[in-house]
Design a protein around this ligand. Structure first.
Ligand SMILES: [Zn+2]
Length: 130
């Protein structure tokens, strides 16, 4: 069969044109290579900007609702402000196994249904200093 004798058709990863020449080529030329890298750099930046924006908003909401370093709030107050429960920077697990979720230095924990205790940590505990 003639098909078996053919080299698989390779196309440019950026513009889709059929490639000729070296078999390790991925792009037509430098322009396509740059276009490809710029395209993905832009996408990654956009995603990071989106996530950072949500995290900053969450942090602002937690800071507003927790001006004194500790507060109990109902879930409605978080939802009303547009808090995103899916986004946090890290989790702190207590010895008792309770998980505080943090957006930067502001954390929260659901201590009974729909009620959250808000906390603030200005520095990481458990961080070893030498
Ligand atoms: Zn190309």
């Amino acid at each position: 069969m003639a098909l078996l004798d053919q080299q698989p058709t390779r196309t440019c990863d950026y513009c889709g044109e059929v490639l000729r020449g070296r078999s390790d080529k991925k792009f037509c030329n430098a322009e396509c290579r740059n276009g490809f890298h710029n395209h993905f750099a832009t996408l990654n930046d956009a995603f990071m900007r989106k996530v950072n924006k949500i995290l900053r908003k969450n942090r602002r909401i937690l800071a507003e609702l927790n001006p004194d370093g500790k507060a109990n709030v109902h879930v409605d107050r978080l939802n009303d402000r547009g808090f995103s429960f899916n986004y946090h920077t890290h989790i702190y697990t207590t010895k008792e196994g309770r998980e505080y979720r943090f957006c930067y230095e502001f954390g929260y924990l659901e201590f009974k249904p729909d009620w959250f205790v808000l906390v603030r940590r200005d520095q990481e505990r458990g961080e070893k200093r030498s």
